[in-house]
Write a protein that binds this ligand. Structure first.
Ligand code: FAD
Length: 440
């Protein structure tokens, strides 16, 4: 392929697409625009906490769909000679793996944020934070995750006292008082990360997790995989029919973890077949159950969390956050539960509700340009971007771009499963083939 591919965002998605593009016959020149000093880390693999483990077994974390042992072999050679396919490696070790891959791709790291974009007939100019532009035949957007939506009604006093942290993935100071109460908003894997980080740093105080459903992520355990998906592609496209097929399989003896995992291969097709109203119904009624069963903790982490809960050091609550104020010299978070209103004392409140999905609410000049210029539209249920089967952006006229592509979490507006490495590596490989095939 002649010309240049500009990859905007150098996290896992950017690193994987660079790696796959570099492997093509006659690869393009590659530039990765990423303001951080290191490529390949993004928010998931930049952690310095050894207790932050992958939530996928090493045997399923290869960068290459056709070489499933690639990560495992690297892990054995570089970090843990005794590692087996079932191990849950530290995320920072996985970050080193991605760094080594992107370094081998020959991509040039342009250490700047992209702040704008001008699309021409068969190329685009990406505007950088310093005002310079880079022209490329194709642009792959790999901007990934953005901090959660802000909590409602946080008093100015609480904000200026540094009581509230909106971005759980950014390094911030945890309370110096090791016995101070901490409240985490959200009960998914991000809040579990926070508990681990607090304990790793010697924090002994009580931690409360609060979420609307009060459901904590579940743990991994060994189980025989299912021979076929428990919800077949021909199942009537409704949330209720999918749930029934799932329940029937579990009632017939399929372990629930195996039933969930069996859907990995078909969930994007099942999702695409659902009418808009059924997608909405799934999101409202079932998604929280799906999420805790699908995004599971490594077994050692699940055990630690269970111990914390038994000892009362970690409490999981169901409730809506109403406000956060300082009163009587202490932070007070008001939550509304089924039994009424309660006030939780907190020295630190961390928003772990997960990345914002509506990109139109994100403070990113580049995303703003995409929407304002009509280069992109939001996807299903206002999530991220609408894309076609290759990841090409759908524009405001409904046409699919031949220049702008998205990968990874940015495709959540169209795909159901698009944030984990097994999906991203496949997208990266397919996109590399598509771009080089299209442009050669
Ligand atoms: C905490 C956590 C743990 C996870 N654990 C696992 C796991 O164990 N196994 C698994 O399979 N998956 C896991 N995932 C999912 C997965 O690997 C992530 O979804 C992955 O990080 C996606 O990478 P990304 O590059 O798309 O996004 P990000 O990691 O968000 O990276 C995006 C990058 O784009 C850059 N960027 C943003 N805007 C611009 C701009 N305008 N210009 C230039 N650069 C820009 C950012 O600086 C950032 O580095 C985890 C996710 C998280 C959040």
């Amino acid at each position: 392929m002649a010309g240049m591919v500009a990859i905007v965002g150098g996290g896992a998605s950017g690193a994987l697409v660079a790696t796959h593009l570099a492997q093509q016959v006659n690869p393009p020149r590659l530039v990765v625009m990423e303001p951080s000093a290191e490529l390949g880390l993004g928010i998931a693999y930049a952690t310095h906490s050894p207790s932050h483990l992958l939530n996928v077994r090493a045997g399923n974390m290869s960068a290459f769909p056709d070489a499933p042992d690639h990560f495992l072999d690297w892990l054995r050679g570089e970090d843990d000679p005794s590692a087996d396919a079932g191990v849950f490696a530290p995320r920072m070790v996985y970050g080193r793996y991605l760094r080594s891959l992107v370094a081998g791709s020959g991509a040039v790291h342009c250490q700047q944020a992209a702040v704008g974009l001008k699309v021409e007939a068969d190329a685009a100019s990406v505007v950088l934070a310093d005002g310079e532009s880079v022209r490329a035949e194709r642009v792959v957007l790999a901007l990934g995750h953005f901090p959660p939506v802000d909590l409602p009604r946080i008093s100015a006093e609480a904000l200026s006292a540094g009581l509230y942290h909106r971005d759980p993935w950014r390094d911030f100071l945890l309370p110096s008082d090791r016995d101070a109460p901490v409240v985490l908003i959200g009960t998914g894997l991000t809040s579990v990360d926070m508990v681990l980080r607090l304990r790793e740093q010697g924090h002994r105080g009580p931690v409360t997790m609060v979420s609307r459903h009060g459901l904590l992520s579940l743990g991994h355990a060994a189980c025989e995989p299912c021979a076929r998906p428990v919800v077949l592609e021909g199942t009537m496209p409704s949330a209720r029919a999918y749930l029934k097929a799932f329940r029937d399989a579990v009632r017939d003896g399929v372990p629930w973890r195996a039933a969930i995992d069996s859907l990995r291969a078909t969930s994007n097709t099942l999702w695409a077949r659902l009418p808009a109203g059924e997608k909405m119904r799934f999101r409202r009624r079932l998604f929280h159950y799906w999420s805790v069963a699908r995004h599971r903790m490594a077994p050692s982490i699940a055990e630690q969390v269970a111990r914390e809960r038994r000892s009362g050091h970690l409490v999981v609550r169901r409730g809506h956050v109403r406000d956060l104020v300082i009163s009587g010299g202490a932070g007070r978070l008001t939550i509304v539960t089924s039994r009424g209103t309660e006030s939780l004392v907190a020295s630190c409140v961390i928003n772990c509700t997960g990345p914002v999905t509506d990109y139109r609410r994100v403070e990113s000049p580049l995303l703003r340009t995409l929407f304002l210029e009509g280069y992109a539209v939001a996807g299903d249920m206002e999530a991220t971007l609408a894309t076609d089967a290759h990841g090409a952006l759908e524009d405001a006229s409904g046409a699919c771009s031949r220049v702008l592509y998205a990968i990874g979490p940015m495709r959540a507006g169209t795909l159901f499963e698009t944030t984990a490495i097994p999906e991203i590596r496949q997208q990266a490989r397919d996109l590399a083939l598509h771009l080089t095939g299209m442009c050669s």
